[in-house]
Design a protein around this ligand. Structure first.
Ligand code: NAD
Ligand code: TYD
Length: 357
């Protein structure tokens, strides 16, 4: 048997492929466009492993996707591919519309045609799993109950709006065509192989480079953080046992304000890679102009996946963040290689004009 995943050279998709092949003999067809966020070095340990077939391409390339489905006849398609960075979606939303909305739509069309051609038993066993985000639910005030699966959609950024649109399309393909879909809405992930434009890896990388640690606004925005391997185990569980057409929220029961995350990273670096002279990395913290439309708080109620599928995260924030910092300290070459010219251009656009607040 075979599964096809999209976006498997990215942060979560890459971790998913590595975890999957560490636990299963089932082959993975990995379709990824290799945008700036796609990095084959994450999958270097799979070189020569016949269970992993990498194909560079776009989820919106209907002919390519149809040919892959016909050739490999996967029993499931898992859609991780997306433009995923909120700040980039504010600067240039077009790519988000193209990949997250149009791309998902075209992928659904290709999958629907393939699924419709399968024998009845294979149709019944087939799954399309869509990986989405808690950001589709919008922002919570302090003290408001965490997002459940029935919370109304109120996306506030071009990124979250494009993911919300893709979620609606996935839902519609189930209700209209009977496509056997599953959707997961997960909170902020962190862990190995995370591109250093997102909060946690950016702080680690900047701290080690002696650069400022840019905290947006007052740093009191709250996110729920989940170790990426726990997200991968939740997706495997939903794929195995999720009820068709259902949505599962995935989270770490771990809400924290950004400034606390940054201080925790600094404290771990102080312990694991102390600076000469004994100063703390936290001296590099610099409050900068806030993100436009910045969502104040996300919080996930992951009760449904626990009750119905028996899933809970294995890591606490303390264990997960320690592993993450240790991973970055042990893999300076991975970081150096992802900091390509394109990455440097992005950092210039995003931070050069941002004066300390
Ligand atoms: P990422 O940006 O690290 O990786 C995205 C991958 O998709 C990259 O390898 C990229 O090359 C590929 N890609 C982009 N456009 C493509 C296209 N048109 N066709 C094929 N491949 C394409 O993102 P991530 O953090 O790994 O997120 C994966 C998924 O999980 C996304 O759908 C995201 O919305 C969702 N998600 C992310 C988080 C998080 O905290 N990172 C949380 C919840 C949900
Ligand atoms: P991010 O990792 O971009 O994830 P998301 O916006 O999808 O939640 O950001 C996490 C939080 O950290 C978010 O509230 C924005 C904040 N942030 C900073 O304060 N400074 C930064 O340089 C970045 C990238 C993010």
């Amino acid at each position: 048997m075979t599964i096809l995943i999209t976006g498997g050279a990215g942060f979560i998709g890459g971790n998913f492929v590595l975890d999957w092949l560490a636990q299963s003999s089932e082959a993975v067809i990995n379709l990824d466009k290799l945008t700036y966020a796609g990095n084959l070095e994450t999958l270097a340990s799979l070189q020569g492993d016949a269970r992993h077939v990498f194909v560079r391409g776009d989820i919106g390339d209907t002919a390519l996707v149809a040919s892959l489905l016909a050739k490999y006849r996967p029993r499931a398609v898992l859609n991780f591919a997306a433009e995923s960075h909120v700040d980039r979606s504010i600067h240039s939303p077009e790519d988000f519309i193209q990949t997250n909305i149009v791309g998902t739509f075209r992928l659904l069309e290709s999958v629907r045609a393939y699924w419709g051609s399968l024998p009845e038993a294979d149709q019944a066993a087939f799954r399309f799993l869509h990986v989405s985000t808690d950001e589709v639910y919008g922002s919570l005030a302090a003290g408001e109950a965490a997002f459940t699966e029935t919370h109304r959609y109120e996306p506030n950024s071009p990124y979250s709006a494009s993911k919300a649109a893709s979620d609606h399309l996935v839902r519609a393909y189930h209700h209209t065509y009977g496509l056997p879909v599953l959707t997961t809405n997960c909170s902020n992930n962190y862990g190995p192989h995370h591109f250093p434009e997102k909060l946690i890896p950016l702080m680690i990388v900047n701290a080690l480079a002696g650069k400022p640690l840019p905290v947006y606004g007052d740093g009191m925005q709250v996110r729920d953080w989940l170790y990426v391997k726990d997200h991968c185990s939740a997706i495997r569980r939903v794929l195995d046992a999720g009820a068709l057409g259902e949505v599962y929220n995935v989270g770490g029961w771990n809400e924290k304000p950004n400034i606390e995350i940054v201080r925790t990273v600094c404290a771990l670096l102080d312990e694991l890679r102390p600076k000469q002279g004994g100063a703390s990395y936290s001296a590099q913290i610099s409050y900068v102009k806030d993100r436009p439309g910045h969502d104040r708080r996300y919080a996930i109620d992951a009760g449904k996946i626990e009750r119905e599928l028996g899933w809970r995260p294995a890591e606490t924030f303390d264990t997960g963040i320690r592993k993450t910092v240790q991973w970055y300290l042990a893999h300076p070459e991975w970081v150096a290689h992802v900091q390509s010219g394109a990455y440097r251009d992005w950092v210039k656009t995003q931070y050069a004009a941002t004066a300390p607040a």
